[in-house]
Design a protein around this ligand. Sequence first.
Ligand code: FAD
Ligand code: SF4
Ligand code: SF4
Length: 400
Amino acid sequence: MTATDSTKHQKSKALKPGSRRPAKELCSECGLCDTYYIHYVKESCAFLTQHIAELEEEIHGRSRNLDNPDDWYFGVSQNMMAARKKEPIEGAQWTGIVSTIAIEMLEKGIVEGVVCVQNTKEDRFQPMPIIARNREEILAAKVNKPTLSPNLSVLEQIEKSGMKRLLVIGVGCQIQALRTVEKKLGLEKLYVLGTPCVDNVSRAGLQKFLDTTSRSPETVVSYEFMQDFNVHFKHEDGSEEKVPFFGLNTKELKDVFAPSCLSCFDYVNSLADLVVGYMGAPFGWQWIVVRNDTGQEMLDLVTDQLNTQPVMSQGNRKEAVQQSIPAYEKGVTLPMWAAKLMGVFIERIGPKGLEYARFSIDSHFTRNYLYVKRNYPEKLEAHVPEYAKRIVGQYKLPDV
Ligand code: FAD
Ligand code: SF4
Ligand code: SF4
């Protein structure tokens, strides 16, 4: 590190693994507190200071237009589409668009390293953040680690390595902290590739979810809550298991999600340059949100490898969301046959494309709003962003 670099920012002693974090039980283990950037935790931590609108202005040139409901839901954007790789990457979460963009950026020399997350040798779901410097290391990070992941724990290594151009892949809470300390990292250019994220769990919580829900928890390699209202589990032998959402044991699973994720209102990763998910796209396709020119530059690198189509929206989610609120509160679980029937019915007439994304955002934001109101009433006003208040305000909520 050069002398100027070291005087650019303040440092504090990183916390030891396992010790209590400043956000206490709301900590999502984003990794910042594992580094000397903990010095900036007060203003960076998504659970201590929510300042999405201010950061949007800084990064995208404007914050969400609160007169435009599409902005409430999907954030600042200049383009959206559905896409899939012509040749999917085997073993990726979906078709591997995220890994492909990372590989192109590295191999074309646009960045010198990529922050992403592999798993440990012993446990396929135990996250191990790294700075990847070649294609193999990026590919070894493909597929979701569906657990809280300390992606930012490698931030000190970036400064020490003298790297100037970097890509970070991450979820909303990680990216909010990263954007707050971005200027302290000594980089010339930071690219941020985000995924949506919801209902994340600790490693122990994940085990409980798998044990409660899958027929064979020990062979699950990945899973996703899909647009057909089923959880799809992929198993080691390549087989697929579908469990309808409406048949999940909601009573058992109510406290399985991490408190951070039950208090999270950044489902769509507002501060990334480019977001790659699936929920606003037809089944089998990925959903792409370009937030700014940097995001477009990243997407342009792979468009020749993609099939694309415009986003669509069909159905009306509102009634289903309103009815799901008291059902979730009461922890209603349907018998499996009824759950399957309901899944088939809703899939036929239910919300599709962007309307499905709105359905998922509405259901999670109303649940999370009630959770914060019940457990952290003193945080409610400042922690819930204005766009989320407008989304929640469309529904009748029970008194808590
Ligand atoms: P791949 O090419 O397989 O690459 C996946 C990338 O994700 C890797 O680079 C890896 O570094 C990174 N990653 C894996 N686990 C984590 C983690 N825990 N934290 C940070 N980064 C990680 N999309 C939706 O549309 N709706 C959702 O509800 C939704 N929920 C999600 C919940 C979680 C916990 C995660 C991690 C992602 C979620 N996504 C969701 C995103 C979606 O599942 C895919 O990750 C995304 O579409 C990219 O697929 P891909 O095939 O292009 O990724
Ligand atoms: Fe620290 Fe991140 Fe936890 Fe906040 S969420 S307390 S910044 S590790
Ligand atoms: Fe972070 Fe929100 Fe995902 Fe939880 S749901 S890991 S708080 S982005």
